[in-house]
Design a protein around this ligand. Structure first.
Ligand SMILES: [Zn+2]
Length: 217
């Protein structure tokens, strides 16, 4: 994911679009962290296919970190006349690391990949720690309070859609500022050179500069 500047710009516009909302909007954020599970049953091919459908695109097929996040938004109180909205956001996570079954559990390469994916989990935890403040901020802007006042009622489906759209956007943007740090060509070259080059055959070859490969022999 190398689109972090685009995310930042769009996010800035979304915030700037907020005009004079005199509403008092609160959002209580609860995060339930699931236990990390480690799956060693998938092949390099299967992991690569999973990456193509999402996850972290710059990653390599020997390992993958994914966090399946379930988010619920509850409208605890909506008082149109008092211009008050009290919300609760509940986030439950299910983090999982895949390490390709081609890498034996007692191998150097297995430890290398596991360590790399654990760093991705650290970045994700970092993002999740930032989310409550982000959610409270976006909650100030995302609901069409003028429309609520006009109609005298809150369209919960529409409100949820807008909320989740912004939620996903911010979560991905914060991740895009972190994960690519360890998915750079330099990082892969570094990994490829460790463990007697055990991993190099699985890493994306276009990233390996032949001149550098020759020097490292
Ligand atoms: Zn990675």
């Amino acid at each position: 994911m190398r689109v972090c500047s685009a995310f930042t710009v769009l996010f800035g516009l979304a915030v700037a679009a907020n005009v004079g909302a005199a509403w008092n909007v609160t959002n209580r954020v609860i995060i339930e962290h699931g236990l990390l599970s480690i799956d060693h049953s998938k092949s390099v091919q299967e992991i690569s296919a999973a990456q193509a459908q999402g996850g972290f695109k710059a990653d390599h097929g020997v390992g993958l970190f994914q966090n399946r996040i379930k988010t619920e938004l509850a409208f605890s109180e909506v008082a149109v006349s008092g211009k008050r909205m009290a919300l609760t956001t509940r986030i439950s996570t299910s983090p999982i690391i895949y390490v390709a079954r081609e890498l034996p559990k007692d191998s150097c390469a297995y430890q290398l990949v596991l360590g790399h994916e654990l760093l991705h989990q650290e970045y994700d935890l970092d993002v999740l720690r930032a989310m409550p403040d982000e959610i409270r901020n976006l909650s100030q802007d995302v609901f069409d309070t003028a429309e609520i006042e006009r109609s005298g009622t809150l369209n919960q489906d529409r409100a949820r859609n807008r909320f989740f759209q912004q939620f996903n956007f911010v979560y991905q943007a914060l991740g895009a500022m972190r994960h690519p740090v360890i998915d750079s060509p330099e990082s892969y070259r570094h990994l490829g050179g460790l463990c007697n080059g055990e991993l190099a055959k699985y890493l994306p070859t276009p990233l390996i500069d032949p001149a550098v490969a020759k020097r490292s022999k």
